[in-house]
Design a protein around this ligand. Sequence first.
Ligand code: PFF
Length: 509
Amino acid sequence: MKANREMWGSKLGVILAVAGSAIGLGNFLRFPTQAVIHGGGAFLVPYFISLLLLGIPLMWMEWTIGRYGGGFGHGTAPGVFQSLWKKNRFIKYFGVIGIFGPLVILIYYTYIESWLLGYTFYSLTPKFQEALATGQIANFLSGYQGLEKNQFFSSLIPAYLFFLVTFFTNFAIISRGINKGVAKLCKVALPFLFVMGIILVIRILMIDGISTGFKFLWTPDFSMLKSAKVWLAAAGQVFFTLSVGIGVILTYSSYLKKTDDIVSSGLSSVATNEFAEIILGSSIIIPAAFLFFGGNATVEIAGSGAFNLSFVTMPIIFAKMKFGLFFAFIWFLLLFIAGITSSISLIQPSISFLEDEFDISHEKAVKIIGLFCFVLCHIPILFISKGVLGELDFWAGTFCLVLFATIEAFLFSWVFGINEAWKEIHHGATIGLPRIYKFIMKYVTPFFLLIILVNWIIQEGIPVILMHNVAPENKAYILMTRIVLLLIFFILVVMVKVAWRKRKLSSDS
Ligand code: PFF
């Protein structure tokens, strides 16, 4: 066990670090797209139900077990799970998902984040203006991603350079540690992000006739609620946006002191994220797209690809405004900043794992993980046209999230025991949780999650495993991606085994 683990220096620092992890591309890109394709305002009904019954309880659970495990010197799920269920020899291997998931999300998330840096730069160039003026902004995106060669881009080199800058910026921040790196960045980045978001919302509200666009959001199509798919999508969005159910918050909270307040800090981070998601995230893209393109076209654009609304539609909308390119610049910069405070949180579990379980120094851990991730990031960069990005998102950003959250909830309420857990949450708390949450955490959250998991496996998991929707020419690439993922998982399992054997030997001697 590492002798002196770093601890968060201030309450504001942790709250902003967790909120920074939560507020990301999920709020501004994923949420509007999900809402548009799942019934507009109607999506908010399962969304808020999932938030109250799954998201918020999971946030508190993860803060609690993270702090608890941190007390034993463990900052990642294998060790944290093991300290919650000491008698079970296998539970630590389930915890591997809490390192694997963030690592895999990081691999594609960093690349998408780098597009935003690229677009922040290009939004100020004549090339971008030309693409907008000639109605070729979609080609601009495919050229940038290397999907086609055109007059805007003849190679992947510009995208690769922006990727390099993004990647090294992330690792430079994380190399400075949780206080001087993560907390310091979030203290500056989040206020800046909110200011930019509010400027954009005000600009959107000033568009003539924008209330028509808002009507879509607040006139729900309730017939959508009959579909289980909408409920699964809403729950998935809640996990993704809050960064819960994957091990990241757990790692951050392992650096809390036993006396730190979890109840109010956990809730503050959720509230900050929801402000960014519901107020800022949904008020920018959705009403503007509806006003300019109409309902059907917007649903179609959103359904045609996760990035089209934000990378194609938004610049077109901004171009119709006075000083539009300036707003486009702010839009992409906001997204880039939102992305970076999230991606650094995805790196932290792997680093903590090496430090805590192998006693490796912080500098060395950053270098090892940096090298490993750098190599892996080339998978989505080189094979994006083969559907690899979606495949990575599916396993790590959807499946692992629900699976890990289910395990975590049962461990918390049933193995550790809700009474013990309730005491642990309230340690250091200045306000008490409403008692109804004791019931929710014991009966509702774990079983609701189990229902989602089973439904999800039946509805989506099986067709995906059998590659029903994969084009024949892409099957080999998808298979290779799965083999690489399994290999990463296997390496982590072996590392956990080695770490525990070493620990046992040293405690025996
Ligand atoms: N919450 C982030 C977003 O909304 O973009 C994404 C994310 C970060 C998911 C960290 C999971 C995670 F562990």
